[in-house]
Design a protein around this ligand. Sequence first.
Ligand SMILES: Nc1ncnc2c1ncn2[C@@H]1O[C@H](COP(=O)(O)OP(=O)(O)OP(=O)(O)O)[C@@H](O)[C@H]1O
Ligand SMILES: [Mg+2]
Length: 289
Amino acid sequence: MEEPKIHKEAVKELSELSDITPAIEGVSTGTRLDELFFKVEKGKKKSLGGVPKGGVLNIVGVPESGKSVLVEQVAIHQASLGSKILFITTESPAAFLYTALKGKAEAMGIDFSKIEGKMVVVDASMEERLREDLPSLLATLKYAIKSRKTTICIVDSITGLYEHREIMARSIVRRIYNLLKREMQTALLVSQKRSSQAMETPEAAGGLAVAHIVDGTIVLEKRIITTKFEENLYGMSVGEILRTLRIDGCRLCGHDPRPWVVRITDEGLIEIIEPLVDFIKRERKRGEK
Ligand SMILES: Nc1ncnc2c1ncn2[C@@H]1O[C@H](COP(=O)(O)OP(=O)(O)OP(=O)(O)O)[C@@H](O)[C@H]1O
Ligand SMILES: [Mg+2]
C-alpha cells in the first residue's frame, strides 16, 4: 500500500486566507434577480445588485420552465456590459445557440454585432468526446477561460455531461465546480429534472449531487392551472401557466427565500415580476370586490 502523503499546502492559518478571499459583490443579471441577493453590513441589508460574484449557481427546473431563456439573457446582458462569457452547450448545437442569442439580443435592444466578440462557445453537443471524456472537457474549458480571459461561465446543461451515467454526476460536477472556482468564474449551471422529481425541489438528474456541491440553487417552476382551487387562488383560468422562480439556497450571501412570479414574453425574454404572496394577495382583494 502507498505511504500516506502529508499535503502541507492544504493546511492554512485563517489569517493567510484574508488576501485571497473575494469581496462579496454582485454580477448583474439585468432582471429582478438582482434584488434578491444581499449582504448585511453594520446590521443593514444591502442588495448585491446581482448574483454573487465568483459564485457557481445551479438553475434547476422541469422542461420549458425557462432555464435556457434565463441563462442566455444573463449572458447577453453581461456581454453588453463588457464581460467576457464562456458558453458551454451540451444540448443546442452552437449554430442554433447563435440564432437564439442573436434573437434574444434583438429583443433586448442590444446590438448583436457589438457583443458577438464577447462570447466564446464550447460546443459539446456535437462533440461526443467532450461530453464523455471529462479530462478533455476540463482541459478545453481551462484553455478557453485562460486564452479568452472569460469571467462568466454558462453551462447549458450540466446534465448533458452525465445523461446516461447519473451515478457519475457527483464526481463530474465536483471537478467542473473546482475548475470554475480555481479560475474565479461566476457560473450558472443548468440542470434538468427527471420526471419523478417534484418540480419545487432543488433535486435534479443525478439526485441532489449538483445542489450539494454548488454555492446555490435557483428553482424555476412551471405550473399549469388544473383545479378550481388554483383558479380562485391565483385568479387564473384552467390551462393557463403560472411560472415562478425561487432561490432555494445560497451559501455565499443572504437571499430572498420567496417564490417570485415570472413571465416569459412572446419574444422569449424572462421577467421576474413580484413575490407570489403579493400576487395572491392582490388576486384575493380583487376577488372580494
Ligand atoms: N425565442 C423564443 N420566443 C418566444 N418564446 C420563447 C423563446 N424561447 C423560449 N420561449 C418560451 O420560453 C419557455 C421556456 O423555454 P426554455 O428554453 O428556457 O426552457 P428550459 O427550461 O431551458 O427547457 P429544457 O429543459 O427543455 O431545456 C418555452 O416553453 C417557450 O414558451
Ligand atoms: Mg433549455
